[in-house]
Design a protein around this ligand. Structure first.
Ligand code: MFK
Length: 573
């Protein structure tokens, strides 16, 4: 009766991650790689070191104290111990700053997101405020608003924990998280000409940030997204008192429980317009695209963490006379998950590569169009993969995976948010469709132009007979998706809308397979290499989801042809 199981353990998460190291060796010039490797190895070490601390901190949660003992409204949020450590590490190691210092030009985005990928799994989704901080820096720099650039960006990109700010992204209201055009918050000018916000923000992640970007409707503006303006809010005055903001409640969520996600009332909150007094949704879009990239990086990072633990455990846990790793069915299950993670890794870092080139002015029009399309594709594809892989990781531990103090259930709960926030799978499917339509129209490429060109470019690099079938499967899947889109468009808008998720997931998965095949060709081991095995396995897992389409969904919608998403208006026009 003395048998006990050995818990999984983690070693340096950079050194242990062959897939990441191989990818970086291809994406980065040798001198850049040599330069950034020590910082990545250090983050890999910290990631392993923080894991036991994360488990020890498992039960602590942020708390909100609304009043002091004398009845004064204070609205103070106490963060969890690991979050306070994470904030310091993030600043000191430049998890945001690296992208803006640009020590390696366009490659700095790759360096930064590799840091973020290693940082994320042991820091209880501190990636959330970092994502919004990165997005805010991007928006402010793009806005050309010199006062805000000078006043805020140095804080957002600081490596000094005392000077470092995070930013909130207050978009969601009770009217909805997706249909942001329905925002009810009003912006009114006081007698001194200062803008003041009045409204209720319903889902504000990481509510302890020093600033926020938010949307409000200047008095007299029309309804809808165009009537909104983007505002900058500094949340506290010099004495640390909230400026016209009340924290009504912290959300009680399924996961991301260390995040102090709050409901706020804005009651005369001073605010500064960032970029004019209309078109706020368009103005905040660069932030969305950055946070969606963070979302994809986080999905890949959580998959990696789950697999690292499951693989370590499989090597130790003996059942039916052999370690799980040598049980054919268990090994096959893990191989299937590894393929999902590696496909997601390659798709995500393709977006990161394009983002770096775009931001440094080194990209061309085709790269810009591809980036716009691949950002929602990567976000939605990797988020779905993240939820699926996390669920399988729980199962790979058997009953232990279902027990809270193993720390395994937390991975599943946290992964589940990735397909919801920053745009649900369905909202992003429609966004991707619209982006493809406008890219195609702009460049006379047809709707699938950028994706098709990318898959063709990758397929052309694949020569090894062991990999050619993967490249061919990717091309076939995209062709099938294109044929479906043509048929569905002829049948009408509802038909396109009903099939949009299967359509874009097919494109996302086909891209992943093509990227893996091209990388495997570069690795030069088409038979037994990691990327080659993952590429073949991803195709066996299934990349073409278009076949599942039938007219049922569209027929239901057609019976109620009420308002449609604006994406569809342009996607089918
Ligand atoms: C750890 C990972 C990081 C996670 C951090 C998360 C923390 C934050 C938590 C949150 O805040 S979650 C809430 C996030 N909310 C969303 O993501 C909103 C989801 N809904 C959408 O994305 C809708 O499609 C959208 C709000 C954009 C629709 O609004 P509208 O008012 O119908 O706008 P419309 O007409 O679609 O777009 C307005 C303009 O913006 C158009 O340009 P034009 O004015 O030139 O025609 C669009 O082309 C442009 N646009 C919209 N989305 C864009 C974009 N441009 C570039 N990129 C995009 N993604």
């Amino acid at each position: 009766m003395s048998f006990t199981q050995a818990p999984p353990t983690l070693l340096n998460q950079f050194d242990e991650d062959r897939a990441l190291r191989s990818l970086l060796a291809r994406l980065l010039p040798a001198d850049v790689l040599a330069d950034v490797e020590p910082s990545l190895r250090e983050m890999g070490r910290l990631s392993a070191e923080l894991y036991p601390a994360q488990l020890a901190d498992r039960l602590s949660e942020p708390t909100l104290t609304q009043f002091d003992a004398w009845g004064n409204r204070i609205d103070r949020i106490e963060l969890t111990p690991l979050w306070r450590t994470a904030e310091r590490i993030a600043a000191e190691h430049g998890v945001v700053a690296t992208a803006y210092e640009r020590a390696h030009g366009r490659f700095s985005r790759i360096h930064q997101f590799a840091l973020a990928y290693l940082f994320t799994p042991s820091t209880d989704i501190y990636a959330c405020p970092l994502a919004m901080t990165d997005g805010a820096a991007r928006v402010l720099l793009d806005s050309g608003n010199a006062m805000l650039i000078d006043g805020a960006v140095p804080h957002l990109t600081s490596r000094d924990p005392a000077a470092f700010w995070t930013s909130g992204q207050w978009m969601t209201e009770t009217t909805g998280g997706s249909d942001v055009g329905g925002t009810e918050t009003m912006a009114l000018q006081d007698e001194a000409g200062e803008w003041r916000l009045h409204g209720r923000k319903w889902f504000t992640s990481a509510a302890t940030s020093q600033m926020a970007l938010t949307l409000a409707r200047p008095a007299g503006n029309p309804p809808g997204g165009r009537g909104l303006a983007l505002f900058f809010v500094e949340t506290r005055d010099d004495a640390g008192t909230l400026r016209g903001i009340r924290i009504d409640r912290l959300k009680d969520k399924l996961g991301t429980r260390k995040l102090p996600t709050a409901e706020l009332t804005l009651d005369g909150t001073p605010a500064i317009p960032v970029a004019g007094l209309s078109d706020g949704v368009r103005a905040i879009a660069p932030m969305l695209n950055v946070t969606r990239t963070w979302n994809a990086v986080s999905a890949v990072a959580l998959m990696r963490r789950g697999l690292a633990l499951a693989e370590d455990y499989a090597a130790r846990r003996t059942a039916f006379g052999a370690p799980l790793a040598r049980q054919p069915l268990h090994a096959d299950t893990l191989a299937g998950l590894r393929a999902e993670w590696m496909g997601a890794l390659h798709l995500t870092f393709r977006v990161v590569e394009l983002l770096g080139a775009h931001e440094t002015g080194e990209g061309d029009d085709a790269g810009r169009a591809l980036l716009r399309v691949l950002t929602p594709l990567a976000k939605l594809t990797t988020a779905r993969q993240g939820v699926m892989v996390a669920s399988e990781v729980v199962e790979a531990f058997g009953g232990a995976g279902y027990v809270e103090d193993t720390g395994i259930p937390m991975i599943l709960r946290d992964a589940q948010v990735l397909s919801i926030w920053e745009g649900t799978t369905n909202v992003l499917s429609l966004d991707a469709l619209r982006a493809m339509q406008s890219a195609g129209a702009m460049h006379s490429l047809g709707t699938l132009g950028p994706v098709r060109a990318e898959v063709a470019r990758l397929a052309a690099q694949v020569r090894d007979p062991m990999l050619v079938p993967v490249a061919e499967a990717a091309v076939r899947a995209v062709d099938h998706a294109a044929a479906w889109l043509a048929d569905a468009s002829a049948a009408g808008r509802a038909e396109v809308e009903a099939g949009a998720r299967r359509f874009v997931l097919t494109l996302g998965r086909a891209l992943e397979a093509a990227l893996l095949a091209a990388h495997a060709e570069w690795e030069g081991d088409a038979q037994g290499g990691d990327a080659a095995s993952a590429a073949r396995r991803l195709v066996r897992n299934g990349i073409d989801l278009v076949h599942a389409v039938d007219a049922g969904g569209a027929a239901d919608v057609a019976a109620h042809p009420e308002p449609s998403h604006s994406a569809l208006r342009s996607a089918t026009s």
